[in-house]
Design a protein around this ligand. Structure first.
Ligand code: MF3
Ligand code: CO
Ligand code: CO
Length: 277
């Protein structure tokens, strides 16, 4: 299929889906505090996406079948689930969880850091975004990791324009994060996005300058660097089949935006009000 160039009509739908995903992150912040469980945060986001936004939380039963599932007025599936799939409406990745953490009943503790990753499907199109939150006061080390990871995403976003190459963008992220003594996770990357959750191209957060796909106006994709305080290697939780953790138990941070390549630069489709691009 190759890399799609979105039509103006598709771009309008991506703008809407992107804005909704950003609004979920804006909404959930005030709920994040000591004693609250990630399952409670998942419930709040699910309600908001399904009932307030009239959207579908794209991670819910992702990888299973049927997908996406029809939801009833209570937000529960109306069809029998046969194929498993990811069980929740958001991903919550706490401390040494790199990505795809499954919301659970464990109360958050002071000093925890967590990524909340939200993907909303609206009118057939996806908006995918994540940010880091802290519970109470983070350690200076955690704060620095979170800030560096966000800066690496912002530096990458600034490079997006027609003619730029993905190898240059990946290299910039890698150089910046590794320059601060951190490491870049290689097993997961950003991705094209549109009517499908994960499309071509793969957007790695490391790379070689002067290589890779050349960006063109109308492409939509995510950048979502995962940066570890320790070594880059990850392990998988075999029991739940989803959770990805750092092998050395070091902290990990991630930030994600969905982007559109415009005629002369970039539009951040999942921009939050607190951000200025
Ligand atoms: N939102 C993630 C991404 O940025 C994907 C989560 S897929 C799940 O691509 F199934 F793990 F939820
Ligand atoms: Co993504
Ligand atoms: Co995501």
């Amino acid at each position: 299929m190759g890399i799609q160039i979105k039509t103006p009509e598709e771009i309008e739908k991506m703008r809407i889906a992107g804005r909704l995903a950003a609004e979920v992150l804006e909404m959930i912040g005030e709920h994040i505090k000591k004693g609250v469980s990630t399952e409670e945060l998942d419930n709040i986001c699910h309600e908001y996406i399904v009932h307030k936004q009239g959207g579908y939380p794209a991670t819910l039963y992702y990888g299973g079948s049927p997908y996406p599932v029809d939801l009833d007025d209570e937000g529960n599936p109306t069809q029998a689930l046969t194929g498993g799939g990811y069980p929740k409406s958001i991903c919550t990745s706490v401390n040494d969880v790199v990505c795809h953490g499954i919301p659970n009943k464990k109360p958050l503790r002071n000093g925890d850091i967590l990524n909340i990753d939200v993907t909303v499907i609206k009118d057939g199109y996806h908006g995918d975004t994540s940010k880091m939150f802290v519970v109470g006061e983070p350690t200076p080390q955690a704060k620095k990791l979170i800030q560096t990871t966000q800066q690496s995403l912002y530096k990458a976003i600034k490079m997006v324009k027609p003619g730029a190459r993905l190898g240059d963008i990946g290299y910039a992220i890698q150089k910046f994060a590794e320059g601060k003594g951190y490491s870049i996770v290689r097993e997961y990357c950003g991705h094209g996005i549109g009517a499908k959750f994960h499309e071509e191209p793969q957007v790695t957060h490391y790379g070689r300058p002067g290589t890779g796909v050349e960006l063109k106006e109308g492409m939509t994709f995510t950048i979502e660097p995962m940066v570890n305080a320790g070594k880059r290697h990850v392990k998988h939780n075999k029991k739940d089949g989803w959770t990805v953790l750092t092998k050395d138990k070091s902290l990990s941070a991630q930030w994600e935006h969905t982007l559109l390549v415009t005629a002369d630069g970039v539009e951040v489709l999942t921009k939050r009000q607190e951000e200025s691009f």
